[in-house]
Ligand binder design. Sequence first.
Ligand SMILES: C[S@@+](CC[C@H](N)C(=O)[O-])C[C@H]1O[C@@H](n2cnc3c(N)ncnc32)[C@H](O)[C@@H]1O
Length: 210
Amino acid sequence: MNPPTIDAAVWVVLADYEARAEREEELWDTLGPEEAERRIDEMLLPVGRATGTLLNLLAKEAGARRILEVGSSFGYSTVWLAEAARTVHGKLISLELKAAKTEYATGQLARAGLADFVEFRIGDALASLAELPGPFDLVLVDLWKNLYVPVFEALRRKLAPGALVIADNMIEPASARPHAQAYRHAVRLAPDMTSVLLPVGNGIELSRYQ
Ligand SMILES: C[S@@+](CC[C@H](N)C(=O)[O-])C[C@H]1O[C@@H](n2cnc3c(N)ncnc32)[C@H](O)[C@@H]1O
C-alpha cells in the first residue's frame, strides 16, 4: 500500500517514470559501451523508488523548506522532493544542464500538481550555484559524478545549520566508484560534516552539516 500522505496524482506520475525506467534498463543492457555513452541523455537515470522515498521522508521529518537538487534529469527525484516541499510549505530549486530534460520534467511536475513548489534552473550547476545564496536545508547531489567534489565545495558555504546532503551512486554503478570515493573522502575530511554510507538504492552518502 502506498503511504496515504502522497496523493494519487503524484503516484500516477511516479509510476509512469518507473515504467519508463524499467524499459530503459532493458534497452541499456543491449547497448555496447559506445552507444550507451552516445545515448546517455535519452535515459532517466533515476535514483529509484527506495532513495526517492528516503529523500521524501527525510525532507519531511527535517522540515526542510529550502531544498536544492543538483541534477534533475527528467524529474523523477524532483517529484519526490517537490512533494515533500509542498508538505512542509517549502520550495525546491532544481538544477539541470539539458533544457530538453527540464522541459519534460516541467510537464511531469505540472501533471503531479507540484509545479508551484519547484523552480528549475537550466545550465551548468556550478554556474547556477554561484548565483544561489542559500542557505539550503536539504540537498540532493546527483549530476555527473566527476562534479560531486566541486559541487560539494561550492555548497559548503550555503548550508543551513543541520542541513542534510544526500549524494547518490556511492555504490553503483561500479564505473562511478572512483568519483564516489573522492566525494566521500572530501565530505569526511570536512570537520563540520557527519556522514554515513547507506546501502539504499544505488548507495547514498547521507551527511549532516553542524
Ligand atoms: C543521474 S542523472 C539525475 C537523475 C535524477 N536525479 C533522478 O533521480 O531522476 C544526472 C543528471 O545530471 C545532469 N548534469 C550533468 N552535468 C551537469 C552540470 N554540470 N550541471 C547541471 N546538470 C548536470 C545530467 O544532464 C543528468 O540529467
